[in-house]
Design a protein around this ligand. Structure first.
Ligand SMILES: Cc1ncc(C[n+]2csc(CCOP(=O)(O)OP(=O)(O)O)c2C)c(N)n1
Length: 766
C-alpha cells in the first residue's frame, strides 16, 4: 500500500462509522416506513390492478411494469450497500452510489433501448431497467458488481473503471469528469440525423434520440453550459438535435448546496429547449414526464430538459460524512422522499403488493445481491501493463496502408475537382496540398465531414478548406459556432455514429480551452469500452509560430506538451506539401481502421511558403501524387523522412525546424560539413528506430526543436536516444520557455536558423 493509499484508507476508516450511521438511518427509516404502509391499499387496489392497466389513474405506467421497475430500484439500492460492503472487505474500489436517484428507472422505461444513453454516475436503476428491456433480459446486477470489484470480465471497461456502459444496451460509458459527456451527447444527436441524411449506416435508428443525464451542480460547469448553448443554437436554427438532457437534481454538489430553484430557472431560460419536470421520487410521474419529454424530442428532433427532483442518500461517496455539512433536519426531510418508498406506496395502493410483500422483496433483493457480491469479490483482475493497455492503440498497419490508398474513381474525382485535377497543377504549397487531400478524402469517403469555425464559406483563415463547401455541400462541409468544446463534441458524436469527422480548430492556442474533449473523452473511449465504442477522428490544427511578426502568442503557439502525453493519440506534423497529403491519408485510414484519434498539426508559417534556399527556387513546393502513386508514396504512422547523407552531423527536427535545418545544412556543406537532416514527421508515436539509425551514422546529434525547452519535443527525442543506449554527442536548440510576443520581438524567443547553425558548428571539431 502506497503512503497515499494508506492515508486514504485511514481517512476512510475514521469516517466509516459516521458514514455507516448515516446509511443505517436510511435503512431504518425505510424499514419503518414500509411497515407503516400496512392497511393502506388505495383506490386502484384490487385484483384487476395486476393487469396491464395503469398503476395509478391517469398514468401511462402499468402495474406490471411498475413492479419490474421496483425490482430495478431495489437492486440499485442494494448494489450501493454491496459496494460499501465490498469496500470494507478490501475487495471493491468504488462507492459513489445511486441511492435516492432510483427514479431514473422510469426514464429508462420511457425510452427505447436503441436510444443511446450517456449516463450520470447515479444511474444504477436506469442501467438495471434498461437491462430488463434487452432480449433476452440481462442480469445487470452482475455487470455492476463486476465493475465495483474492477473485474477483468466486466463487460464494458473490463476492470479499467467502474462505469455504466454496455454495447447491446446502447449505453456509452462516461468518464468521471462531470459534464464532459455533454458535448459528445450533443454531437451524437447532431450526427444521428446527419448520418441519416447522408444515407450512412449508423448503429442507431434514424428516429432514435440521445439521452444524457447529469447532476444539478454539473449544470453550472462551463462544459455543460457550452453544450446547452450549442443545443439551443441548433434548435434556434431548426437544425435537428434530438437530445434529452436529464437533470437529476438532488440539490447538492458533494457538500455545496445548489440554490433552490436555480436549475429550474436556468433550464427554463434556454431558448428553444423544451422543459419537463417531475418529482423523481414518484416513479409514475417520472415515467409520464419522461414519456412526454422523449416524445417531444423524438417528434420535433429538438432538445429538451427533463428536470427531476431527487434526494441523495449515504453522502456523495462511501467516505463522505454528510452529517458534517448538513443539519439533521435537512437529512431527515430527504428520508420521507425516498423513491423506494414512493414506488412501494404506488404498488400497495394499486394492490400489487402488500406491505409485507414490499419488505420481503426488499430483503430478497438484499440477500441475492450480497450473495452475488461475495461471489464476485474474488474475481480476476487486470494484472499486467499489457492487459491494461490492450485497447489503447489498436494497430493494423496493413489495413491502414490499404485505407491510405483509398481513392474515388476517375469520374468522381474529375467531378470533385471540377476537371482541374491537383496532380496536373504543378508544384503545390502545403495549404494547397492539404486542400487537395481533403477534397480527395471527401470524394472517396462518403461519411467524412469537414467542419469548424470559418471553414466553409470563407474556406478557413488561411484558405486551406477553400472551395470544399461549394463542391461537397453544406451537409458535409460546414461552419460551426465559435466554441471549441462543441466543435470537438460534434466530432466525438459523429465518430460514434459511424461518420469520419475532420474538425478544425483555428489555432493551436485555442485547443487548450477544450483539450479535455481530446484528453479525457476522445482518447479514453476505446480504453474504457475495450474498443466496443469508437470515436475515430482527425483534428486539424493550424499550429506553431513564425508568422513573421503577426499575431503574438495566440496565433504563434508552440506548445505541444499537452498532446504528447495522451496515451494512444497520433500526432502528425507534416512540414512539406507531399508529406502532408500522404500523412493526411494515413491518419484518416488509421482513424477508420483502428478508430484512432489523430491530431494533424499544420505549420501555419509553411502554408504558403514556396521557396527553400533562394527566392523563386520553388523548393518548398511539391507535385501532388495521383492515386496510382499513393501506394509507393505511403507514409506509415511513426516513420521519419531523411534528407542528405552527410556523415558529420545528424540534425533531428520537424515542422518549421525542417526548413531552417535544411537551409543550415546547405550552408554547412559549403564549409565542408556533411549533415543529414531527419524530419520526424510524427510527434507521437516518435519514429524511434529512424532516430537511432540516423544518429548512429554520425555519432553526433543536434535536435532543432521549435517548441519550448521545457516540455518540448526535443526532451522526448533525447530520451529516446539515451534509452536506446546511444553514446554519441547529443545537443539541442529550442525556443525559450516564453510566450511569443507581438512583432519582431518574437524572434528573440523563437528558435532561429542562426542558433541551429552556431550550435551545429560548435559540435564539430574546429
Ligand atoms: C470537472 C470535474 N470537477 C470536479 C469533479 C469532482 N466532483 C465529482 S462529483 C462532484 C459534484 C457533482 O455534483 P452534481 O452534479 O450535483 O451531481 P451529484 O453528485 O449530486 O449527483 C464533483 C465536484 C469532477 N468529477 N469533475
Amino acid at each position: 500500500m502506497s503512503p497515499g493509499q494508506a492515508e486514504r484508507a485511514q481517512a476512510d476508516q475514521a469516517a466509516a462509522p459516521r458514514a455507516a450511521a448515516d446509511r443505517d438511518a436510511v435503512e431504518r427509516h425505510l424499514g419503518q416506513a414500509f411497515g407503516a404502509l400496512a392497511g393502506r391499499p388505495g383506490p386502484g387496489a384490487g385484483p384487476g390492478a395486476a393487469g396491464p392497466g395503469p398503476i395509478r389513474a391517469g398514468s401511462a405506467l402499468t402495474g406490471p411494469r411498475g413492479l419490474e421497475l421496483f425490482d430495478a430500484q431495489l437492486a440499485s439500492r442494494h448494489l450501493d450497500l454491496a459496494a460499501r460492503w465490498l469496500r470494507a472487505q478490501g475487495a471493491g474500489y468504488y462507492t459513489i452510489g445511486s441511492s435516492g436517484h432510483e427514479g431514473n428507472a422510469g426514464v429508462a422505461a420511457a425510452l427505447r433501448i436503441t436510444d443511446p444513453a450517456l449516463l450520470h454516475y447515479r444511474s444504477g436503476a436506469f442501467y438495471l431497467a434498461r437491462c430488463q428491456q434487452a432480449s433476452p433480459p440481462r442480469d445487470g446486477v452482475r455487470d455492476v458488481l463486476l465493475g465495483l470489484v474492477a473485474a477483468a470480465d466486466e463487460p464494458i471497461a473490463g476492470g479499467r473503471h467502474k462505469v455504466f456502459g454496455h454495447r447491446q444496451l446502447h449505453i456509452i460509458p462516461q468518464t468521471s469528469t462531470i459534464a464532459s459527456h455533454l458535448p459528445r451527447a450533443l454531437g451524437l444527436a447532431f450526427a444521428l440525423d446527419r448520418a441519416a441524411r447522408l444515407g450512412r449506416p449508423a448503429p442507431w435508428p434514424a428516429d432514435a434520440i440521445v439521452a444524457a443525464s447529469l447532476g444539478d451542480a454539473s449544470v453550472n460547469h462551463s462544459t455543460a453550459a457550452g453544450a446547452i448553448n450549442t443545443a439551443a443554437y441548433c434548435a434556434y436554427q431548426h437544425l435537428p438535435l434530438p437530445l434529452l438532457m436529464v437533470i437529476e437534481d438532488n440539490g447538492l454538489g458533494i457538500s455545496v448546496r445548489t440554490p433552490p430553484g436555480w436549475v429550474r430557472a436556468a433550464a427554463r431560460s434556454v431558448p428553444g429547449v423544451g422543459y419537463f419536470h417531475a418529482n423523481g421520487s414518484d416513479l409514475a410521474a417520472v415515467y409520464d414526464a419522461a414519456l412526454a419529454a422523449s416524445a417531444w424530442v423524438r417528434e420535433r428532433r429538438s432538445p429538451a430538459f427533463l428536470h427531476l427532483a431527487m434526494v441523495r442518500f449515504g453522502g456523495h461517496a462511501g467516505s463522505d460524512v454528510e452529517s458534517s455539512y448538513r443539519g439533521p433536519a435537512a437529512i431527515a426531510a430527504d428520508l420521507a422522499a425516498d423513491p423506494l418508498l414512493g414506488t412501494a406506496r404506488l404498488l400497495v395502493a394499486a394492490g400489487l403488493l402488500t406491505p409485507a410483500g414490499v419488505t420481503a422483496r426488499y430483503e430478497e433483493s438484499r440477500a441475492r445481491i450480497l450473495g452475488l457480491a461475495a461471489e464476485m469479490a474474488g474475481s480476476r483482475r487486470l494484472a499486467t501493463a499489457a492487459q491494461v493497455m490492450a485497447p489503447l492503440a489498436p494497430h493494423h498497419p496493413e489495413q491502414v496502408r490499404a485505407g491510405a490508398c483509398l481513392a474515388a474513381g476517375p469520374a468522381r474525382r474529375d467531378e470533385a475537382f471540377a476537371g482541374r485535377l491537383p496532380e496536373s497543377a504543378g508544384g503545390l504549397t502545403l495549404a494547397q496540398s492539404i486542400n487537395a487531400a481533403l477534397a480527395d478524402a471527401l470524394a472517396a469517403r462518403p461519411g467524412l465531414l469537414v467542419f469548424g469555425e470559418d471553414v466553409a464559406r470563407k474556406g478557413g483563415v488561411y484558405g486551406v478548406t477553400r472551395g470544399l463547401a461549394e463542391r461537397f455541400g453544406a451537409v458535409r462541409v460546414f461552419d460551426t459556432l465559435l466554441d471549441e468544446q462543441s466543435i470537438l463534441g460534434l466530432a466525438l458524436g459523429a465518430g460514434l455514429a459511424g461518420l469520419l469527422p475532420v474538425p478544425e480548430i483555428q489555432y493551436l492556442a485555442y485547443l487548450h480551452n477544450a483539450a479535455d474533449q481530446i484528453r479525457g473523452e476522445a482518447a479514453t473511449l476505446s480504453f474504457f469500452s475495450q474498443g466496443q465504442f469508437r470515436n475515430p477522428l482527425l483534428l486539424r490544427l493550424a499550429s506553431l509560430a513564425y508568422q513573421e511578426g503577426f499575431g503574438g502568442h495566440f496565433h504563434n503557439d508552440n506548445a505541444l506538451a499537452s498532446l504528447r502525453d495522451i496515451p494512444g493519440l497520433i500526432v502528425a506534423c507534416p512540414a512539406r506539401p507531399d508529406d502532408a497529403a500522404a500523412m493526411l491519408r494515413t491518419c484518416l485510414a488509421a482513424a477508420d481502421a483502428d478508430a484512432r484519434v489523430c491530431v494533424f498539426l499544420e505549420p501555419i508559417a509553411l502554408y504558403h511558403t514556396r521557396d527553400l534556399h533562394r527566392a523563386g527556387d520553388g523548393g518548398w513546393l511539391a507535385p501532388y501524387d495521383p492515386p496510382g502513386l499513393w501506394p509507393a508514396g505511403n507514409v506509415p504512422v511513426g516513420s521519419a523522412r531523411g534528407y542528405g547523407n552527410g556523415r558529420d552531423l545528424t540534425i533531428i527536427t520537424f515542422g518549421n525546424g525542417l526548413r531552417m535545418s535544411l537551409r543550415v545544412a546547405a550552408r554547412l556543406a559549403t564549409s565542408g560539413i556533411g549533415c543529414r537532416v531527419l524530419d520526424l514527421r510524427w510527434i507521437a508515436p516518435l519514429p524511434a528506430e529512424d532516430i537511432l539509425r540516423e544518429a548512429t551514422v554520425t555519432g553526433r546529434v543536434l535536435v532543432a526543436d521549435e517548441t519550448r525547452r521545457s516540455g518540448g519535443v526535443s526532451e522526448a527525442v533525447i530520451t529516446t536516444l539515451v534509452d536506446a543506449g546511444f553514446t554519441g554527442t547529443i545537443a539541442r536548440v529550442n525556443s525559450e520557455d516564453s510566450f511569443i510576443p507581438l512583432g519582431d520581438a518574437a524572434q528573440a524567443v523563437l528558435l532561429s536558423e542562426a542558433a541551429i547553425e552556431s550550435r551545429a558548428r560548435s559540435l564539430l571539431p574546429h
